[in-house]
Design a protein around this ligand. Sequence first.
Ligand code: ZN
Length: 322
Amino acid sequence: MTRRSLCLFVLFTILFAAEPTSAQPAGKPKRKFKYIDIHTHVGTFYKGRELTVDGLIKFMDENGIEKACILPLVSPEACLYPQTTEAAIAAAKKHPDRLIPFCAIDPRANSGNPKRFGRIDGPGLVDLLKQYKEAGVCGFGEHQVGLPFDHPLMMEIYRACEKVELPILFHLDDIRGIDSPGLPRLEHALKEFPKLAFIGHACGFWASISADATDADFSKYPKIPTPVVPGGALERLLKKYPNLYCDLSEPGGYLAIARDKKFGREFVIRWADRLLFGTDVLMSNQQIPQFDLYDSLDLPEEVQYKIFRGNAIRLLKLPDAK
Ligand SMILES: [Zn+2]
């Protein structure tokens, strides 16, 4: 999340009420599956509503989340101060049954060094990712870098992730992981690295669910309702590239389904093998509308299993549990 994303996010949070979420709305049947949350942050401090590791565990307990991925953020366009890989690994060491660490590296790091000592491209980058993997890291991200999506430095990151077999969770909009309607830059990367699982997120990515997505839609969230025009770039890429996955977290992932619930429900069922439940929780007492949305969709049980946990277990190579 960047400052601008945070502003949008907070506005959204206010619009959707600021009450803490409850585990399960009264009177509704108990959820059959516990979630694996593909997208959370800790150590963020926004408006005095810090989300600590213990706060995240409490949020998980209250909302039926068995495990959560902790995503570092290190790029200047993504955060006011870095949320480090080391902090994610430390949090997971404290709660090994509940937390799954990811890692993040900005591909521009140390690129100003004329002698290139320690520059994290090529073999050096692969070695670092291997070390992170040995420390328990299961994925790369949140990859939210202020470069075009297929910039040569970004392609180096994808190449290293593919080699080390770490799925990458990326942010795509008009200023980070930059692309445009039709998603040509994302397609370039998907084609170049067919063995790397790309997990997409944010407003540019999700605006592309609709065939009428414009440049302006890459920097803002849609209102509810906004009908989806079938034939969007996202669905075209999902059909063509089996290595593309979608992160259902944050307002972008929520609104993509909620803006046109009939289309959204059919999309979720159609792409049940490629969708991953997530919240993008980053502050205490944050309202997460995904819980009620997915309770209301009346999805077949096998679809619920896949998107709430099965796909994450497969993609992150987690031991199946509970
Ligand atoms: Zn995030």
